[in-house]
Structure formats: structure tokens, C-alpha cells
Design a protein around this ligand. Structure first.
Ligand code: ADP
Ligand code: MG
Length: 259
């Protein structure tokens, strides 16, 4: 479905993505995992065409989106759903209106049909009858569900999730994880989930790609990642305070790593 080839991106002098190669399979859940600042969101922004790389290609169904103009990108993006890191619902709009937004923006469906679609999407995320409520009246987990209903409003083939569990308690997070897995299966969606939560990754992933300092240092199934000999991967999994991720650096070394 998606092939990333030799993707590199530099901000200023800083290499944020370095020769990323990854194949994302249709209908599967691919988890992109790694610590804060390793380049996960930047990679995601390239996949939706919001950023252009310095080098490399992103083939979606055989077409390189890094070479597309805005017009063709817009067409491509209609196949995508996106759950942003902040989840960002519009507080002045009801739950139903929030979910209806992409339908109003990208389709010419009339209000009656939109209402029906919104109802269906809210049902899919377990929020039947929540249309009239406002974001301020619902919990953080429910807001994520609404954002999820909005992400699937246009029946996307691919859904990108940036830290779907951020700011949620562990139980609510596992409920959202289960929902992501269920929706992927039920709607045959190709899902790309960015997270730094090991537990989420090990619950939902068909495939995990571990990113460290802008590079993919390991990728494979859950058991392949669990059995990886890579020291960074092992430290990340075990959450241990000592290892390559937390090696003490001199001020000079640290400064050099920033440039
Ligand atoms: N537009 C930008 N300009 C300059 N630096 C950026 C920009 N976006 C991200 N970065 C830097 O790139 C690195 C990776 O960021 P990001 O992809 O957001 O990490 P993650 O999502 O893994 O936490 C960070 O050091 C961040 O400060
Ligand atoms: Mg991020």
C-alpha cells in the first residue's frame, strides 16, 4: 500500500529523518515507535504530504506523493483519515457537527445523508446518541472516540494516528487501542499508528518499526521486536534507566548532536 524509500529530511543542519525505508501493508496495523523527538510526527507529516523530503520517495499505490502538486495531493488525502496528536475537536461545535466536518468540506451530500453517516460513525466508536453533546461535556477518552469517528467519516482506506493514547489513563488508552484494532479489521483500514507506548504497540501491531535518531533501527512482528538484539530496542522495551538511550554525554557532544 505504502512504500517509503530512502526518505531523508533535514531541518536547518539537523538530520531529523535519515534514509528511512519501510513497507506498509494494506489492511494491517503498522506501529511507528520511538522516544520523544526521534522524528515520528515528522515522518507522519511526510506520509500525508504536509512536508516534502530532501531525498527519497513515498509511493502510495505506486504513485510518488513527494512529487505531487497540491491538487493531486488533495485527491489523495480524501483516502486518508488522520487522528492528530492533540485530538483537536472544535469546542464550539457539537459532537455531531465535529464528525460532520469532513463530510461538509469534501462532499456534496445533503444534510439528511450527513446526519445518517454521522450517526453510523458515532455508533462505530461506541457513542450512540452523543450527537448533541459538546466536547466540554465529555471525557478525554470520549473526545478521542469523537476524533476517531471524524477520522473515519469519509471511509478512508488509510488512517494515520499520532499518539492516540496521549494524555489518557491506562485503561482508557487500552480501550482506544482495542477500538483502533477493531475498526481496522471491521473496515479493512490500513492503519499507521505513531506511539511511544510499548504496551499499545504490543497490543495492536501487525508490524512495528522502531525509530531512533531519525533512523529505523528495527522492524518486524511483535515477537521479532521483542527478540531484537538491538540494545536501544531492548532498553526501550524494558524501560531501564541504563543503556545506550541514556548514556551520559558531555555538553560538547550534546551540542554537536543538535546540529
Ligand atoms: N518544522 C520544524 N523545524 C525545525 N525542527 C523541527 C520541525 N519539526 C520538528 N522538528 C524537530 O525534529 C525533531 C523530531 O520531531 P518530531 O518528529 O516531532 O518528534 P516525535 O514526534 O518523535 O516526538 C525534534 O527535535 C524537533 O524539534
Ligand atoms: Mg510527535
Amino acid at each position: 500500500m505504502i512504500t517509503i524509500k530512502d526518505l531523508s529530511k533535514t531541518f536547518g543542519k539537523r538530520k531529523v529523518l535519515e534514509n528511512i525505508n519501510l513497507k506498509i501493508e494494506k489492511g494491517k496495523i503498522t506501529v511507528i515507535m520511538g522516544g520523544s523527538g526521534c522524528g515520528k510526527s515528522t515522518l507522519l507529516k511526510h506520509l500525508i504530504g504536509a512536508l516534502k523530503p530532501d531525498n527519497g520517495e513515498i509511493l502510495i499505490e505506486g504513485k510518488d506523493i513527494t512529487k505531487m502538486d497540491e491538487n493531486s495531493l488533495d485527491k489523495m488525502r480524501k483516502k486518508f483519515g488522520m487522528l492528530y496528536q492533540s485530538g483537536a475537536l472544535f469546542n464550539s461545535m457539537s459532537v455531531g457537527e465535529n464528525v460532520a466536518l469532513p463530510l461538509r468540506e469534501h462532499t456534496k451530500l445533503d444534510n439528511k445523508i450527513i446526519e445518517i453517516v454521522v450517526k453510523m460513525k458515532l455508533e462505530l466508536v461506541g457513542l450512540t446518541g452523543f450527537n448533541e453533546l459538546f466536547p466540554s461535556q465529555i471525557s478525554g477518552g470520549m473526545k478521542k472516540r469523537v476524533a476517531l469517528a471524524r477520522a473515519i467519516a469519509l471511509d478512508p482506506q488509510v488512517v494515520f494516528y499520532d499518539e492516540p493514547g496521549a494524555g489518557l489513563d491506562p485503561v482508557t488508552r487500552s480501550v482506544i487501542d482495542k477500538l483502533i484494532a477493531d475498526l481496522s479489521k471491521k473496515l479493512n483500514i490500513t492503519s499507521i499508528v505513531v506511539t511511544h507506548e510499548m504496551e499499545s504497540a504490543f497490543t495492536i501491531a501487525d508490524k512495528i518499526a522502531m525509530v531512533h535518531q531519525g533512523k529505523i533501527i528495527a522492524d518486524g512482528t511483535i515477537s521479532e521486536i521483542k527478540n531484537s538484539q538491538n540494545e536501544v530496542v531492548q532498553q526501550f522495551i524494558n524501560g531501564s534507566p541504563e543503556g545506550p538511550l541514556t548514556r551520559q554525554r558531555s555538553g560538547k557532544e550534546y551540542l554537536e548532536s543538535l546540529t
